[in-house]
Design a protein around this ligand. Structure first.
Ligand code: S3P
Length: 430
């Protein structure tokens, strides 16, 4: 599919909501599948990656239904499976790996060609230290799991990755003895919050978490509640409003876990005016309405912990930078090379294809603002790249090839944007 957004001839306006957070959705379905009893989760997003998790759980003996945004799932003992296919969803793959080890389930985890390129030694190695029996080809999917007793470990993660930490936390629930995990930077803590709310004992002290075994795993309590909107989807709408002069939009019910709000800090440092109202807790997570008022953007420097807090948002941040005055420098972000694509190379190549002045560094990139002329960009199988490059079309003639990949994460992207372009106010997701 080719996506070509018509240029914005007037400011974006309106109040809108986005579907539920994918990181929370993956965890909610997976953790609920381990319980005994029915879980009911509202505002559950329906996209390629969330279907990947639901299909994988169905393969393991736990089917679910999704109607009008309500997911219903009854936990059950997992059964062995020949192949559990995780599609393009790395979160599905890595979190399931921990749960397969914890439950002693025999299965082969596999995924799409893109997923097979993602590094899996970062989970296989520590899981093996815990005693897991895993065979892999060259540190990549497929990974074959055979049941084996696990023991608690003390382990420092070499990368600040929530997927890896969550995988190990899940495995630790099924181990003998407690486990201690240290991360080199603050990663999203949804797993700790949710597992604790379900009855697991997890202690947290700064960058260290200590997980106590839970036996049987079915002692976890089922989940009931409504997911906050996905800040990583809201990010595209916020950047759209930030680059179209005089825009003012509100994205309602957005998850505002401080480990995820880097995008708000980045946009506000660049000059956009951001206000949070209606702050509350939803599903054990801070939530609120985010209003962005456009103002002239300026280039900034981004590095350190802010990188992890906005790890998925760099394709969109690069677009804001491309329409800012001055230069934006991103550093400490080598991890971007291990995402759905090598995002440093992809951002640089695709923005350049649109005329932008961009330079690549081993751990980041530099964008000189005001240089986008338009042209054709390629999504390269990366949903966030597809949506980000499409946003450039609001300010210059842009076509994005391979844009159907956006259905993996945010199928509502074009309709939500269209509603804001018409200034329609009431497009709120229930
Ligand atoms: C995720 C963690 C991040 C993020 C991914 C979702 C999660 O990956 O990029 O989109 O839900 O735990 P890493 O943990 O590999 O940084």
């Amino acid at each position: 599919m080719e996506l070509c957004l018509p240029p914005a001839v007037s400011p974006l306006h309106g109040r809108i909501a986005v579907p539920g957070d994918k990181s929370l959705a993956h965890r909610a379905a997976l953790f609920a599948s381990l319980t005994v009893g029915e879980s009911v989760i509202e505002n559950y997003p329906d996209s390629g990656v969330t279907r990947a998790m639901r299909n994988a759980l169905a393969t393991l003996g736990v089917p679910s239904t999704l109607e009008d945004g309500v997911l219903r799932l009854s936990g059950n003992r997992w059964h062995d499976a020949a192949v559990v296919y995780c599609g393009n969803s790395c979160t599905t793959f890595r979190l399931l790996a921990g749960a397969l080890a914890a439950t002693g389930t025999a299965a082969v985890l596999d995924g799409s060609e893109g997923l097979r390129r993602r590094p899996m030694d970062r989970i296989a190695e520590p899981l093996r230290l815990m005693g897991a029996d895993i065979s892999a080809t060259d540190g990549h999917a497929p990974l074959a799991f055979r049941p084996a007793p696990l023991r608690g470990i003390d382990y420092t993660l070499p990368v600040a990755s929530a997927q890896v930490l969550s995988c190990l936390q899940l495995a630790a629930l099924g181990a003998e003895g407690a486990s201690t995990f240290r991360v080199p930077g603050p990663v999203r803590d949804h797993t700790t919050r949710m597992l604790r709310a379900m009855g697991a004992r997890i202690e947290e002290d700064g960058l260290t978490t200590r997980v106590h075994p839970l036996w049987p795993l079915g002692a976890l309590r089922p989940l009931k509640g409504k997911l906050p909107g996905d800040i990583s989807s809201a990010a595209f709408l916020l950047v759209a409003a930030a680059i179209v002069p005089d825009s003012r939009i509100t994205v309602a019910n957005v998850g505002l876990n401080p480990t995820r709000t880097g995008i708000l800090d980045v946009l506000s440092e660049m000059g956009a005016v951001i206000e949070i109202t209606n702050a509350r807790d939803t599903f054990g997570e801070p939530t609120g309405d985010v209003t962005l008022t456009a103002a002239s953007l300026k280039g900034i420097e981004i590095g350190g912990d802010l990188v992890v807090r906005s790890i998925d948002e760099f394709p969109a941040i690069a677009v804001a930078a491309a329409f800012a005055e001055g230069t934006t420098i991103v550093r400490d972000a080598e991890e971007l090379r291990y995402k759905e694509s090598d995002r440093i190379a992809a951002i640089v190549t695709q923005l350049r294809a649109l005329g932008a002045d961009v330079a690549e560094a081993p751990d980041g990139f530099t964008v000189r603002g005001g240089t986008v002329r338009g042209g054709t960009a390629r999504a390269n199988g990366d949903h966030r790249l597809a949506m980000s490059m499409a946003l450039c079309g609001l300010r210059a003639p842009v076509t994005v090839c391979g844009a159907e990949i956006l259905n993996e994460s945010f199928p509502e992207f074009t309709s939500k944007l269209a509603a804001l372009r018409c200034g329609e106010g009431a497009d709120l997701v229930k």
